[in-house]
Each structure stands twice: as C-alpha cells, then as structure tokens.
Design a binder for this molecule. Structure first.
Ligand code: DI6
Ligand code: FE
Length: 386
C-alpha cells in the first residue's frame, strides 16, 4: 500500500525484514541485504501479504441490539421517525446504561475477535451510548480494556454529542453533561479524539463547534459524523477545525470536498449504514477523487444503522455500492484508515512502520474486494509476532 508506480504498491517475490516488531526492510527477496541473510526466516508460502486492516469507525462497545427496529423500518417506519419516537440511539442508551462493565467488555470482545479474525490490527471505538457521565466513562474504560485483553490497538473517540437525551435541551446537555464529561474522561486518559453527530436529529454545527473548541483547548483531535442524512454544514465545520476525518458524508458537495482536501481531512465512507438504511444518496466519490480527498472505509459497527461485523464485506460494499476501485477500497482500510486515526506508524508495509501484517490465501489483491462473505485470512501478524 505504499504509493508508487505499481498498483497497490505490490512487490512480487518479496521479503519483509522485521526487527523488534517494526519493519526494517522490504523489497524483492533477490535484493535482500546480506546483513539479513542469517536472520531466522519464515516462508509465507507465496501468499499475499498486506498491512493489517484498520477499522477506523466503530461503536462496538454497546448494550443490547435493535432487531425490532429493523423490523419496524421494513414495515415502513423511517430511521429518523423511530429516533424521534424515543427508539434508535436512545434505546441503545438504555441498554448500555443497564449493562455492567464486564458485560459490555464480553460483548465487545466477541465483536473485536470477529474483526481480528479478518486481519484487523487496529480499531477505533466510540462512546456515545451513555449520554451521562458514568456511562460515557464506562464505555471508554471498556474500550481501553479491549486493548489490554487482545493483541489489537484501540483508538477511542469521545462521542458524548451523539444524541440529545430524552426530554433534555441540546445546549443544556452540552454545557451540563457532555463537555464536563469530556473533561473528566480526558483527565482519566480515556480520550484519543472527540467526535460528534452533526444532524437534524442530533446536534447543529454551532453546537458541535462549541464542543470542538473544548477539544482544541484539551489538545485533542476531532472528527465528525457529517452530512449523513442531510446537508447541514458539518463537513465544512470539520474542515475548519482540521478534523482527522469527516464520516458518512453522503450529502457532501463539491465545495465540501474542496474544503476537506485543503484541511487534509479524510472522508470515511460507511457503506454498512447506507445499505442498512437503504439510503439512495451516494457519497460524492468522483468529487472526492478530483479534489484529492483521501477516502477510508469502515464498518460503523453499531446496533442501529450498521450491525455489520465484517470489514472485508465493507471493502466489497465500498466497491459495489460506492464505486471505489479495489485499490482505493484496500487503501481505505489500511493506509487511509491509519490517517483517519492519526496513526502515523502503520497502514503500509514500509521501513520504520509497525509490522502489523495480514497474510492472505489469495493470488491477487482484488480478490479481497471481490469475494463476498469469504474470509481468506491465513494469518495475522501483530507487532511482528507470528
Ligand atoms: N451515525 C450512525 O450511523 C450511528 N451513529 C451516528 O451518529 C448510528 C447509531 C445508532 O443508530 O445507534
Ligand atoms: Fe457512526
């Protein structure tokens, strides 16, 4: 996935030298420097080796499920109408508040294990199903605990601005609960980035700006659920704050794409939510391409709009639903996903980067995008450990 003349940065008959968990050298086996000739060698059997995958947008710590709501939508209710009636995010908030830390961790580990089994080495996990101090902190502690329980890197995002609690006023919730909770979570070292849901059913750009000002004061990067169901100006706002990413972005305009390109903000495409909600507004992939906006792909694993536990399926959907090329889609779950998380030490196989690798039983990279419901992972290598 190192950008060069070859598609996918592919190197045939390659060797990778790993020292202390870091890639020391990569190139053609025939060019292996003599200094490494005596190092222990492990054949990958001629298989394809990619960077380990990165899922850069998930809500995989949560209580309960929303299969009933899925039924309601298929009986004609809309996602927004269910949310307004107290279903949707708010129903997962009740289930998450009611779950113990141990219960949340157990269910989160099942989900993370499914991702790891597909070669994922890093995952972003958001809070946002607490909407009160105790539960937001509980979710973030569980996210940190996932990283201790498994060989996987976890980046947390504080998503206290995910929904307005039932009966509350958005601005009062921000001032009295959300922002003080962000400060408390940051003081506990639980926050790697600050996220929000900028949408008619959630928070306005002006409200998100107030939250982002606090993030800036705390030295935390920001990201935003923007332009998912309507065009509210979230992407422009994200660009103005130099966000790591703007996510969903179906309703982005060409002007938004220009702004995202200028700020170096990654557009994270989430085909699982598009598919589940049977949306018809496509993200402006052509504008992202022409303006030079880097595109990532992620599961958005959550119990409402994207109960999707396969990043490989997301790669396929990114191609089939959104028209990404397989090369763009694979970059979107490796090199670009790393950028969306501010992780400069991975996402490509290159000297100095972590030896987080995925070894695949496929002959060529496009197979990873083309197969549906097939897990071709032979082995995952995390931090150089075979
Ligand atoms: N956008 C989404 O797709 C998820 N959150 C968000 O802000 C949906 C979360 C849910 O429906 O529970
Ligand atoms: Fe999301």
């Amino acid at each position: 996935m190192v950008p060069n003349a070859a598609p996918y940065g592919l190197v045939a008959d390659a060797a990778i030298v790993v020292e202390a968990g870091v890639v020391a050298w990569v190139g053609k086996q025939a060019d292996l420097p003599a200094a490494y000739a005596d190092a222990p060698q492990h054949s990958m059997g001629g298989r394809l080796v990619s960077p380990a995958l990165i899922d850069c947008h998930t809500h995989l710590v949560h209580g309960g499920h929303r299969a009933r709501e899925f039924e309601m939508r298929l009986n004609g209710e809309s996602y927004a109408a269910i949310a307004r009636a107290g279903g949707g995010i708010i129903s997962t908030v009740s289930a998450t508040r009611g779950a113990s830390e141990a219960e949340l961790l157990a269910s989160a580990l099942l989900r993370v294990d499914a991702l790891i089994a597909e070669g994922v080495g890093a995952v972003e996990i958001k809070s946002g199903y607490g909407l009160d101090r105790a539960t937001e902190l509980k979710m973030l502690r569980v996210a940190r605990a996932v990283a201790l329980a498994r060989d996987v890197t976890v980046r947390t995002s504080f998503l206290g601005a995910h929904a307005v609690p039932k009966g509350a006023d958005g601005d009062e919730y921000l001032d009295d609960i959300c922002i003080p909770t962000l400060r408390a979570a940051h003081a506990e070292g639980l926050v790697d980035a600050v996220d929000g849901f900028c949408e008619g059913i959630a928070f306005s750009p002006a409200q998100i700006a107030r939250l982002f000002d606090v993030a800036g004061e705390l030295g935390l990067p920001v990201k935003l659920h923007a332009e998912q169901l309507s065009h509210l100006g979230g992407a422009a706002l994200a660009a103005r704050y130099g966000a790591l990413s703007a996510d969903h972005v179906e309703y982005c305009t060409t002007d938004d794409a220009r702004a995202l390109a200028a700020s170096g903000t990654v557009a994270v495409l989430l085909p699982g939510a598009f598919y589940t909600l049977r949306e018809t507004q496509m993200p402006p992939v052509a504008a992202f391409r022409s303006q030079g906006v880097a595109m990532a792909l992620a599961t958005d694993w959550n119990p409402g709009s994207s109960p999707l536990g396969s990043l490989l399926l997301v790669v396929n959907m990114g191609c089939t639903l959104f028209g990404l090329t397989p090369e763009e889609a694979l970059a979107g779950v490796t090199r670009v996903a790393a950028r969306a998380l501010g992780l400069a030490d991975r996402g490509q196989i290159a000297p100095g980067l972590r030896a987080d690798l995925a070894v695949w039983d496929v002959a060529e990279p496009a197979e990873l995008a083309y197969r549906i419901g097939t897990n071709s992972l032979h082995k995952r290598i995390y931090g150089g450990v075979l």
